[in-house]
Design a binder for this molecule. Sequence first.
Ligand code: SF4
Length: 329
Amino acid sequence: MSPLLSVQNLKVYFRGDETVARAIDGVSYEVHAGETVCLVGESGCGKTVSALTILGLIPRPPGEIAGGKIFFKGRSILGLKEEEFQQIRGKRIAMVFQEPMTSLNPVFTVGDQIKEAIMVHEAIADRQAHSRCVGLLKDVGIPSPEERLRDYPHQLSGGQRQRVMIAMALACNPNIVIADEPTTALDVTIQKQILNLFKELQKARDMSLLYITHDLNVVREIADCIYVMYAGIIVEQGKMEDLFEHARHPYTMGLLASLPHRAKRGRILYSIPGTVPDPAYKPGGCPFHPRCEHAAGICKKEFPEMCDYGDGHLSRCPVLYERTNTVTF
Ligand code: SF4
């Protein structure tokens, strides 16, 4: 089955006076109908830039699409004019941002903002739009929706604001929702509720979800497929269970090792040494080599190719691939 969304060898650069920040440097991934795909990685690895590019929200300049293609339902969408993009953005592909307090407009009621999301795309009467808003707030689990629609964002709790953001994203029944760290600003219990809500809505609406996060505990809860990003490239991809059970890339292994667990109680948690490189000054060879405890001489010189472990599991680490596949007698 052909994917609903296909990102192919995408490159997004930002030009400064003297430098070029290669935020995305040849990223490919796919989202199929009804699937939840997680883009995982530390801050600054290019996850959000890739999502904003899908929605045509990269400011150009300083941004520049330096290469690649994006297909939605088989149609190329990278070169669309703004009017054409508006038919897709919010209607067919919607986005939920990280911090609802800054994404919602503080001077308009919640009802006005959801209604606007509907009326931008559909020519329907005000009363019809209002009852759709009531239904949407019910769908996202907000009690007394008629009253809440009259509230301003500051009158709601953090969890309720995020539910409102999800209601806005669902307003036009999109095929895909891109959720960019939607639970990061919430406490753990509310986070769990929002994740359950995403799962319920996805099932009820047969919707795909592209979920961006740095939190592998969240990934374990919801992902079908995972793409691990590092320094603007995909370093590992595969099905959720396979990747958690048999991670093949040292970066993924490091992320997994840094997860808290009951068995690690009393011990200092592992952390990957160093930080994600500045996209304008990425190291040559494998971009992970300055932080990698498995690095060999070749890692500083050659950009690593993807290695195929079968069943859709790929890892960009030829060094470990060779070790795994070397049989000694
Ligand atoms: Fe580490 Fe080398 Fe593999 Fe890169 S290619 S992840 S530096 S071992």
